[in-house]
Design a protein around this ligand. Sequence first.
Ligand SMILES: Cc1cc2nc3c(=O)[nH]c(=O)nc-3n(C[C@H](O)[C@H](O)[C@H](O)COP(=O)(O)OP(=O)(O)OC[C@H]3O[C@@H](n4cnc5c(N)ncnc54)[C@H](O)[C@@H]3O)c2cc1C
Length: 537
Amino acid sequence: MSNNEKTEKILIYIGNTVRRELRLTDNPILHHISELLSKNRTPFTHLLPIYVFPARQIEISGFLSPNTNTSDGAVSDTAIASLPKPPSEVESPYPPARSVVGQFHRCGPHRARFWAESVWDFKSSLETVGSGLAIRVGRIDDILEYVLDYFKSGKGNSASVRCEVVGVWITAEEGVAEKTDERNVFRVAGMKGVNVRTWKDEKFLVDDRDLTYMTPKEIPDTFSEFKKAVGPLRDAPRKPLPPPDMLPPLPTRVPPQPNPFIVPNSLEGWVYGLLKPLEEDPMAMVTPPYSIGARSQHTYHGGEAYALEHLRNIIGSGRITAFKDPRRGIIGEDCGTKLAAWLALGCVTARQVHEYLLDFEGGKTRLGQYAKGYGEGENKGTAGIRLELLWRDYLRLCSRKYGCKLFRLEGFKGEIDRQWKHADDIDIKQQVQRFMGGNTGNPIIDAILREMYLTGYTSYRGRDVVAKYFSKQLGIDWRIGAEWFEYCLVDYDVSEFWGNWQYCAGVGNDPSWEVPPVKIGEVPEMYVKQWASDDSI
Ligand SMILES: Cc1cc2nc3c(=O)[nH]c(=O)nc-3n(C[C@H](O)[C@H](O)[C@H](O)COP(=O)(O)OP(=O)(O)OC[C@H]3O[C@@H](n4cnc5c(N)ncnc54)[C@H](O)[C@@H]3O)c2cc1C
């Protein structure tokens, strides 16, 4: 080592969709690094944040390329747009991201776009605090192995720089696939002699450290019991963490995207690459386009900045005070906060939402000062939002308790006596196809299905009605309906999604979960007219 040679001690902060931490604020890892930095106590000089779009969950074949990658793993925008269709001999090392039973794409266009926007926004935010983000596609452990080998083999070195990876940090998450990813990260890092540290997932309302359950078995089977154990909800959450002031820089050389993929360096390039395989699939055209005059309830852009702007808007306008029980309302601005997609990707945390509500209720900031309910303490609307957020916590804990039962036909309950119809029967297959196309002939069901397909969103009530129609009325294997929802929804979140579906299908753990059926007049005629097919009205 020459006298002038510097050593870059690199910490890798790695995540993928299941490590959903796409924000600077209330991010425990980034907060900790920033604190260490301010005290001059970082045992590393450089930070390499890596985000991996996981091949298992989103179709990444739009990034396959016969060309070898460039030195930094990124190509220009125009380059990705003009990439020739990969010749058939360029094969992905990963199977297509399709669902298990129905073989649908797991992630449809609404979520793919929102997801790309959120990752890109995170990259921009990291750049404002002196860092950056390497965005990659593949499997988290494959990418990690490639990166560790890159540095170990000296590819990151130059005449004056020597690189050494000193650790890998990752946030622990619930879920079977999530745990497998985590184990694989440990395995790869262990093989290469690098330490991994996992961090607690803090994007929920009530912190794990404040719950009294020693083992997952102790998690209660009813929400009401769980709620009681949490105590007064308004006092339960911890304070959100501030964003980092500054972060260590990226290493001088960032390992590129491994072959056979090539990744873009603009948001448009990412959106293009993620949507391309979906657009080439005939499933993208299952239902007619928007009806004239139809408007989406969900027109939002992914990313932390947009999440916070939306949150401030609904507080400033007083919409949170008017928040209605989502188990009853089916459409409208005050029917739901529309925060779910941001929460699902970790662009914002539940305790940040809670903190904003506290400020509004206590009149602590000027936000919402002219709105109804400002400074008047907790109201029905704000309490309702907290309760919904607690449901989210609860279903995540159910995932912890029941593991892979989350995805099983017999559910948490182990309901083995029920007879389900399966799509290997031609009539059932056709029924499923009509369902996907919003052509069941039932105007409310069709309106909801079309809304969800065309916009990526429908209310809790809409989801509940359709999920019950599919599983209870049609009696078809509920996982097929669920997989179709997974393709369509912008806010898919593993525990919330499968947990809710289980309840709708009647295989969930909580016997008290029953939402009243839709009443005549509850669904505005206008809504049905906007979304349902003319011939089914
Ligand atoms: C079949 C079915 C599938 C669903 N899939 C999902 C999903 O993939 N992701 C998801 O976040 N929610 C899911 N939900 C729950 C709920 O429908 C959505 O959270 C809600 O409609 C999102 O709109 P919002 O942000 O306006 O919610 P709000 O009503 O404003 O609620 C605030 C937040 O609380 C959480 N929340 C609300 N209701 C529930 C619930 N029942 N269970 C768990 N968390 C809840 C969400 O994070 C939501 O953003 C599903 C419900 C059903 C019946």
